[in-house]
Write a protein that binds this ligand. Sequence first.
Ligand code: ZN
Ligand code: ZN
Length: 250
Amino acid sequence: MLPDREIVTPPAQARPLPKHDVMGPLARALEAASLGAALALLALNAARFAGEPRLLAWWLPLAVAAGVVAADLASGLVHWTADTWGRESLPILGVRFLRPFRIHHVNPDDLCARDFVDCNGDVALLVCPVLMGAWLVPLESDLLGAASVFTAAFGAATLPTNQVHQWAHLPVPPRAVAWLQRRGVLLSRAAHQRHHTAPYTDSYCITTGWCNRALDRLGFFRAAERIISRATGLVPRDDERDYVKRREVG
Ligand SMILES: [Zn+2]
Ligand SMILES: [Zn+2]
């Protein structure tokens, strides 16, 4: 039986909880520019699709839905990878990618305090090449059109992932968001709390949360951990346990 994340519970003594690193002006400018570029690329893709009658075909809603589902699945894979493997002490990747996940599990409410640019800029930076790729695919055939629509839907759904995650942590989200959460269109607070509840090894998908139930029932991530552990000797969530210990003694 692989160890879970049960020791993540913050220590009872009154140590201040860790907070997300404050962004410098350069990082904030890069994140704001990434958001602007991602929104511009979304608009470019939408304008190109609107001018192509070939896309009004039976497969159009399927390509869009497949892109959104794939985005949710990708969010789960990335989140699980960051939670489970790698060390926070790694240069660049550890600080920029893994540390926010470690902090989020010890202090989930800190996410609610992050402003729009801070919350969404990193994902926008990653989504720009995806949307650029969708835009570069020629719309000469049904197959290429479907590939372009799928890729654009994947990017469009991925872009607000951390915003959807933040909304799932807000006690009182905006009214329209709460309506979508109640209908299962967006990840709800109750659904996401399963990830923040022992044994802390379920419900990794945070773009829409649509894939969580199936993956949890299948035991998908636990099976992947067993295979990776057997093949490499790595222990899941090893770094997270160290992170909590370092905080207790540091
Ligand atoms: Zn997590
Ligand atoms: Zn969360």
